[in-house]
Design a protein around this ligand. Structure first.
Ligand code: AMP
Ligand code: MN
Ligand code: ZN
Length: 884
């Protein structure tokens, strides 16, 4: 392995390790092949047949297991496997990579080996790239012009240099695409990244070059800073409060801060006439400054403000961050190049708005679409007076519109886009990357001149075509950054792209995994691709592994967060497996947005009760069925509402079996009371909910792009109107009820006394001395104090009908210890016993509590409900009957 480090850099990747470099001089690259082409052709043929053969091998699972049961097959596999591993090891050794391919003793062997292969492939490809460059005559040892004081990169401790151990004096080459172990720049950000599932609000707070002042929302730090997550209340409520507070600012909050200026911007005459094409300075003679201090940034801004044009580009990183990070800004003037460390100056970058929004200065970008968004997202920067060379390239109908092509076409410069996907977070920045970044803007002003000249030439000096490019560029500068918003439906769009037809369980798994991934990515500030790449998510959904290990097996390499949370993921998969399985065709039709063949009436208690229905009759509860068109919930157009009413009914249909059966014809006292109590339960957020009790997606918050703002406004109005109506109706009903109740009150009072008498009679029949005393005191014959309490409750208008004896048998409360509610503690009553306490209660609160018995007897009444009722009854007893 160590010997490989002595390989000369001229050595070709195709050569055998033992071949003599002098072979090249014999004019025969490989013995038996007349030229490289012949060799490549042969190699490709061999690779193809090998691939074909490997595809023909028995598939994992039944086929393989079957063949595997033959010792001959088994032996053959072993020997061929070893041979392959040996060959791979040799190739890897040749390239100086780690190569323990044949260690097969560990459980993790396969995974480890896969990593080795991936690493080696990267190394080999990178070396091939370097060699091809050299063959092209690109001299990579040329050092870029660096500002004084800029440190050459130190050895970065990460994956690409670990394997080089023993390399001695060999200079480190950076393998940039897979930089691991880079310190997270987010940790040093002064302002926390906002990954919340809320729309993006511009970061601007001062507006240079304004003709329309910045709305107060942005200048008022107080409102701006108070984000929902700062409020010490549940998330949903915090969002709501925040929404209410910022209601009046909503339009401003999501508008483009420079909309007005851009709308009123017209391209100056001189930019529409024939330009003087100014040649670029050779890169080697151009000063390049690395800006990473506020002082230098301020100086740069002042310099830029004096210019009539400058070129800009950005480098961005999106793998280890949820929203992505702008890592570098390159600026070129006619005289100088600047590289700004935007990770370091992230919070200060806004000062450049002075130059960037100055209509007198042209900003030249190439393909600015993403740059415009990144500038807003990370720095609150906007561009007024943009020229996009990509748009110019389109207008000129050039063969290709990439920057490389323009560089070649206009400057005869060969660029090397290899670093485009490099990890731009690396600091200090390696020379090669600085060089690369500079090239992106260094020639751009010259290209801008040349293109304008050509655009005019094309139209014989008429400015039409050039004007169209200015207009298109302006449209790009008007783009607004939109944060990715998670909704209950987001997963469907992604799932459709997978081109896989999922059944209900698979679709559910995909939905749950998608939600898990989104949540975790936001929380950990990682890209969703880092948390769980889509193809792995799709694979897990497809396979629905029964064991956590199966989830791991679907991922290669296993993402760290998947490994960490494999149990959570397993629970989600299990949950998906519990879904009623729907035929794949129906699911597929659903996915295509088609109406399913049949709609079934729901005759079930709940969607999970599949006991009495055949699988094919099951209603489809995929999110496709939900009234997801948020607009519909609040629509003024009632017909629209009707369209989905069937679906909504499915969701809001009353359960067929209920705890509190409400058949009006045969109501017992207990039933009556139960229904009254239930009626009195008020959702404290009722006033904030839209009129009907349809299910509302909690993500149906405002979203500037989907017009939910209008809805949210209407929402408020509607709910107020609705509240008035409801209040009115309630008031009337209450008055009627009161009248009735007054009539019943006396009767009820008599009954209650009678009841008490019955107890006493029962008690005296049984002859319990102590109990008799206690009961006597309860009814207030001998001791006035407790009686006052009881009288009060008895005086209270009773809501009940006379008890129907068949349906309700009173408990024998003579057996109870009534002292619990009389203020004195009973020694024997420290443990909860519904059969004892409930009757006590009943006695105390009079007939109102007969409901408690009902509950106690009811097999399915759970303890929580029970306690809730007790609390409410008790509160009622204390003249605190539930109020809103
Ligand atoms: P450029 O303007 O070509 O320098 O690209 C700017 C940034 O865009 C790079 O730093 C990358 O983050 C991103 N980028 C460019 N090209 C690609 C691509 N093909 N795929 C993904 N990201 C890209
Ligand atoms: Mn760019
Ligand atoms: Zn670039």
């Amino acid at each position: 392995m160590a010997s490989s480090n002595d390989n000369k850099s001229t050595e070709g990747g195709f050569q055998d390790g033992n071949s003599d470099p002098n072979d090249e001089e014999t004019n025969e690259l490989c013995p038996g092949f007349k030229d490289v082409d012949a060799f490549v052709k042969y190699g490709l043929g061999a690779v193809l047949s090998a691939t074909k053969a490997s595809a023909g091998l028995p598939q994992a699972g039944d086929d393989y297991d079957f063949y595997r049961s033959f010792p001959g097959f088994q032996e053959f596999c072993e020997s061929q496997g070893d041979k392959l591993l040996h060959l791979m090891s040799q190739i890897m050794q040749h390239h100086g990579c780690r190569s323990h391919m044949r260690d097969r003793n560990k459980l993790t062997g396969l995974e480890e080996r896969f990593d080795l292969v991936v690493d080696s492939n990267d190394t080999i490809l990178e070396r091939a790239g370097i060699l091809l460059d050299e063959a092209d005559g690109v001299n990579r040892s040329q050092q870029p012009v660096m500002p004084a004081g800029f440190q050459p990169p130190k050895i970065v401790v990460s994956s690409w240099n670990r394997k080089g151990s023993g390399s001695g004096s060999r200079p480190e080459t950076f393998r940039l695409l897979h930089a691991k172990n880079v310190a997270r720049p987010q940790l040093k950000f002064k302002e926390k990244v906002d990954n919340s599932n809320t729309p993006f609000i511009p970061k601007i707070f001062i507006k240079p070059n304004a003709t329309k002042p910045l709305p107060s929302y942005f200048t008022n730090k107080q409102i701006r800073k108070e984000r929902p997550e700062d409020l010490d209340v549940p998330a949903a409520l915090a969002d709501f409060i925040h929404q209410q507070r910022t209601q009046e600012h909503v339009e401003d909050m999501f508008a483009h801060p420079y909309q007005y200026e851009l709308d009123h911007f017209t391209t100056p005459e001189n930019l529409l006439s024939k330009p003087e094409v100014q040649m670029y300075k050779p890169m080697a003679e151009t000063k390049c400054s690395f800006i990473d201090t506020l002082e230098d940034l301020v100086a740069l801004n002042e310099k830029l403000c004096k210019l009539s044009e400058f070129a800009v580009d950005l480098e961005h990183h999106s793998y280890r961050s949820f929203l992505g990070l702008t890592c570098l800004m390159q600026i070129s003037t006619r005289e100088e190049d600047f590289i700004i460390d935007t990770l370091e100056l992230r919070s200060e970058m806004y000062i450049l708005n002075e130059a960037f929004t100055d209509p007198a200065t042209v900003k030249v970008f190439h393909g600015a679409d993403s740059d415009i968004e990144w500038l807003q997202k990370d720095f609150g920067l906007y561009v007024v007076n943009l020229f996009d060379t990509h748009q110019a390239s389109r207008a000129l109908n050039l063969a290709r519109h990439s920057l490389d092509h323009l560089l070649k076409h206009f400057c005869n410069v060969d660029s090397d886009k290899r670093y485009q996907l490099a990890d731009w977070r690396i600091r200090p920045l390696p020379d090669e990357m600085v060089q690369y970044a500079r090239t992106d803007t260094h020639y751009l002003l010259y290209i801008y001149d040349s293109m304008r000249a050509q655009l005019l030439e094309f139209h014989h000096g008429q400015p039409g075509l050039l004007q169209s490019v200015w207009n298109k560029s302006k449209d790009i500068s008007l783009k607004k950054y939109l944060k990715p918003i998670f909704t209950e439906e987001s997963y469907l769009e992604l799932q459709r792209k997978q081109k896989k037809s999922f059944n209900t369980q698979q679709l559910t798994a995909f939905r749950l995994l998608f939600a898990w991934r989104d949540k975790l990515a936001r929380q950990e500030d990682e890209s969703t691709g880092y948390v769980l790449p889509t193809h792995m998510m799709s694979k897990i959904s497809e396979e629905l592994p029964k064991e956590p290990q199966g989830i791991i097996a679907c991922c290669n390499p296993v993402p760290p967060l998947v490994r960490q949370q494999v149990n959570e993921l397993h629970l989600l998969v299990q949950q998906a497996r519990e879904m009623p399985l729907l035929k794949a065709e129906i699911a597929a039709q659903k996915n295509k947005g088609l109406t399913p063949i049949k709609k079934v009436d729901v005759k079930l208690f709940g969607p999970h009760d599949t006991s009495r229905v055949h699988e094919s009759d099951l209603p489809h509860f995929s999110s496709d069925d939900l009234p997801v068109k948020q607009g519909i919930l609040f629509s003024e157009d009632d017909h629209k509402m009707d369209v989905d009413i069937q679906k909504i009914k499915v969701l809001t249909a009353p359960a067929k079996i209920t705890l509190f059966e409400s058949d009006q014809t045969s109501l017992s006292v207990a039933h009556m009371k139960a229904s009254r109590i239930i009626e009195s339960f008020e959702n404290p957020f009722r006033m904030y909910l839209p009129p009907s009790d349809v299910h509302i997606n909690k993500n149906a918050k405002f979203d500037p792009s989907s017009k939910i703002f209008e809805i949210s406004k209407r929402w408020k109005l509607q709910s107020i109107e609705q509240q008035h109506k409801e209040l009115e109706a309630k008031r009337k009903a209450k008055e009627e009820a009161k009248e009735q109740e007054r009539n019943k009150a006396k009767q009820s009072y008599q009954e209650s006394l009678q009841n008490v008498a019955t107890v006493r009679q029962q008690d005296s029949l049984k002859g319990g001395g102590k109990k008799r005393e206690r009961v006597a005191s309860e009814v207030g014959e001998s001791t006035p104090k407790p009686s006052k309490k009881l009288m009060k409750s008895a005086d209270k208008p009773q809501k009940t009908e006379p008890p129907s004896q068949e349906s309700f048998t009173p408990f024998d409360y003579s057996q109870s210890d009534l002292s619990v509610f009389a203020g004195t503690k009973s020694k024997s009553n420290t443990q909860f016993d519904p059969n004892r306490q409930a009757p006590d209660f009943k006695k105390k609160v009079n007939k109102g509590s007969s409901f408690v018995f009902f509950l106690c007897k009811f097999k399915h009444a759970n303890m929580l409900t029970f306690f809730l009722i007790i609390i409410i009854l008790y509160r009622g007893f204390r003249h605190n009957w539930p109020k809103r």
